[in-house]
Each structure stands twice: as C-alpha cells, then as structure tokens.
Design a protein around this ligand. Structure first.
Ligand SMILES: C[S@@+](CC[C@H](N)C(=O)[O-])C[C@H]1O[C@@H](n2cnc3c(N)ncnc32)[C@H](O)[C@@H]1O
Length: 416
C-alpha cells in the first residue's frame, strides 16, 4: 500500500517518519509514505493556503491548493482520500484493517478552523476521527493512522512483537508486559514469567488478556473469535432425541446424511473440537458411521469432507456425550441449548460469550433436530441461547439446523 500525506506543516510529519519503527520501515523501503507540502500547490507569490472563514471566524484551508495537491497524486488511478476530522467516524482497528487493503490512501491534514467544505464534498471519501476531542491540526491524527497502518505492513514491526497479539487485533486486549529488572522497588514480576515454562507463560498471558478484556472492554468481544482464548474446546452436539414432534411431544428425529455432512464441515471451519450426535437408535448410529467411512474416500473435496466427518462422534444420549467431554477435558462441560423458541432464562449471545470466558469450561452447544429440543433435553443444559433473529421482530424463528449451527458458531468463534 502507498500512503501520501498532504499537509501545510511537512516538517512535523517528516520528523516522525524518521524515527523508531516507522523510520526503519521507510528506510528499508517496506513503507511507501510520501509527504506533500500543501504550499507547493498554492497559487501566487505568497504561497497562500488559507483564508478567513466566510461569515467571520478563524482561518480555513482553501479548496484549490488542497484539490491540486490531491490531483497531483492521482496519476495511477484515483486514490482513497481520508480527511482526519473530529466530525468523522471513530477510528478503530477494523477500519485500520480495511484501509490497509487499499492501494493508495491520501491523508489530508486540516488546520485552524478546518478545510473548505467544497473540497470535502468533491474529494474526500472518508472522514475519520481520533475521538471526541479537538486538536489544532490533522497532522497528529494522520500520523496515528500511518502508524496503525504501518504495523500491518509485513516486516515493519519486528517478528518478536507479533501484531496479532496486540489489543483489538483479535478482539481482545493484550496481556500486561514486564521487563528487567525482575524486582523493581519491591515490586516483583509474576513468577511464571521469569521461569522458562513456555506453556505456563502462554496460559498466564491468555488468562490475563481475557481478564483485562472482561473487566475493561467487554464491548470489544463482539468481534472476537474465542478459540485461542479458551482453555478448553468447544463442541457441537446435535440431539436426535428427545426432540419435539408437531404436537410438542418427545420423538426421535431421523438421520439426514446431508445435514450431518454440512454441519461437520461448518464445525471444521470454526475449529470445533468434536461434532457430537446423540441418537438412541443403533440403526441410525450405524448409518451415521457408514457415512463417516464413505465420506473419507476419494480425494480433493471428498478428503476435506472426510476430515470434517472425522469430527463426528456418536452417543445414545445427551448425558453420555456430556460424560465423554467431561472425561476428555478433565472439566465439567457447560451445555448450552439453542432453540427457535425464546426459552425461559435464555441469554443474548454476547452475554454467553462473556460467560464462556468467565467460567473457562468446555462448552457444548446443543442443537435439536426435527421440531427442536424437547423440554426434557433442556434439563441437561445449564445455559440457553436466544433464538437467532433475522429481519422479523417476533420471537419465533425456525432456521434449518445447518443454518443455525453456522450462525451460532460464527458469533462465538468467527474472527472478524
Ligand atoms: C481545530 S480542528 C477544526 C475543528 C472544527 N472546526 C470542528 O469543530 O469540527 C483543525 C483540524 O484538526 C484535525 N482534528 C482535530 N481534532 C481531530 C480529531 N479528534 N480527530 C481527527 N482530526 C482532528 C482536523 O483535521 C481539523 O480540520
């Protein structure tokens, strides 16, 4: 990506671009940043770039020098023009990531009262704000943007400081950091960090990142994929019995090969540890087993399908599936029921997402087949998820099993 900064104060920017991580990025050619002096695009002998605000008030940057500066950068296609402004959309990591995928971003620094609105209307694609406060000029926000973008350019940040572990990158806050000396003014670094046990260090960091995020910024969890931050695995359990028939009575749902295959593939996509099925009928479990064997034959797509079906594990009852997870994880699983009907005590997915982190237990997401989980099945579950809602405001929303698994897994494990 290319970055250009249009400013009436180029020295401010040049100095910043010459130092530390950015300085090394520019010197090595990994960072392509150009600083454009607005005065080079002024008209007349006085290199004028600003004038009084119509109607009274302070100075405003004039439209024509700004337009010329941007046009001088438009040789190889139209760049994406960003104007840092307190009236813009708040800057956040997702926006930085979106901008990092643009070929050429031009940052236009305002000053004094701002820039002529006619320039904004004609040239600016996006106004971005650093927060609800006012600075004297757009140079600091422009540098903040360049800095945040530069971190995403491969090789600019050293390998030791993996950006994926930074705050917000994966929807979590970073863990605390410490450096030498190990004891400073009677304050000693956590013992685990000074020992050489990398597994224990990773576990400590994971827990601290989770703790901080829950305490300080639970709002950012909406975009977070939970998997790297959970100690235990996430499981999907499809229940064939007891599910509801048309009259709400308990019945057994039949095995649908296509449905099992598609759910298994979704589980594989999101890193679900195992796809469990509870079915009391041996003939149906046999059918599912045969599907697993045949699905693994062939190459290409078939192999991928086979891998997904390898996640499948069959049990006669919900309790047996739960006991198997308990044994495997050496921890009590949290079973969470999903339903098309709003169940008593059901929670919003964001609340559950926090709960998964707080309780740090294996999680089993339980889906019904046929007409959905019967009340008897709900007795095995400790948590309940509100129905997935689409455009319709009323509570009832019956999705296909495959659709429901995909939406629910994306909310908990999808990484935006
Ligand atoms: C003093 S400000 C102008 C404020 C403008 N009159 C207003 O109230 O919206 C001058 C310049 O600083 C930059 N600026 C100030 N605060 C900013 C913020 N919170 N985020 C991004 N840019 C900001 C903008 O480029 C702006 O044109």
């Amino acid at each position: 990506m290319r970055l250009s900064i249009v400013t009436a104060f180029p020295d401010l920017i040049r100095q910043y671009l010459g130092c530390s991580v950015l300085g090394r990025g520019v010197a090595s050619g990994k960072l392509d940043v150009r600083v454009v002096d607005l005065r080079d695009h002024s008209q007349g002998d006085y290199r004028q770039v600003d004038d009084y605000s119509f109607g009274g008030g302070g100075m405003v940057l004039m439209a024509e020098p700004l337009a010329r500066a941007v046009e001088s950068l438009s040789g190889e296609g139209k760049p994406f023009v960003v104007y840092p402004s307190p009236q813009g959309v708040p800057l956040h990591q997702e926006l930085v990531e979106d901008l990092s995928r643009v070929d050429h971003v031009v940052l236009v620094c305002g000053h004094y009262e701002g820039v002529d609105e006619r320039f904004v209307r004609r040239f600016v694609d996006l106004e971005v704000s650093l927060g609800d406060f006012v600075l004297t000029g757009g140079e600091l926000p422009a540098m903040a943007l360049v800095d945040a973008l530069a971190r995403l350019v491969p090789g600019v940040v050293g390998r030791g400081e993996a950006v994926v572990n930074d705050s917000f990158y994966r929807g979590f806050l970073d863990h605390p950091h410490f450096t030498r000396p190990a004891a400073w003014r009677d304050d000693v670094v956590p013992e685990v960090l000074a020992g050489g046990d990398h597994g224990a260090i990773e576990e400590w960091r994971r827990r601290e990142g989770v703790r901080r995020t829950l305490a300080r910024r639970p709002d950012v969890l909406a975009r977070a994929g939970l998997l790297p931050y959970l100690k235990h695995g996430i499981y999907v359990l499809q229940v064939h019995h007891p599910v509801r028939d048309e009259r709400g009575e308990a019945t057994v749902a039949s095995v649908a090969a296509g449905e099992l295959r598609d759910m298994a593939r979704t589980c594989r996509t999101y890193g679900v540890r195992r796809f469990l099925v509870a079915d009391p009928l041996p003939a149906q479990r046999d059918l599912a087993k045969r599907l697993q064997v045949h699905g693994a034959q062939g190459d290409g797509a078939a192999r991928e399908r086979g891998e997904a079906l390898g996640l499948l594990k069959l049990f006669p009852r919900i309790s047996r599936a739960a006991a198997w997870v308990r044994e495997k994880e050496k921890a009590d699983p949290l079973l969470v029921a999903t339903s098309a009907r709003p169940l008593q005590g059901a929670q919003h997915w964001l609340g559950l997402k926090r709960r998964f982190l707080e309780e740090d237990r294996p999680v089993v997401l339980v889906f019904g087949a046929g007409g959905g989980l019967h009340d008897e099945a709900l007795r095995d579950c400790e948590g309940m998820l509100l129905p997935v809602r689409g455009g319709s405001p009323d509570g009832y929303n019956h999705l296909s099993g495959v659709g429901a698994v995909a939406v629910v897994l994306d909310r908990f494990l999808g990484w935006r």
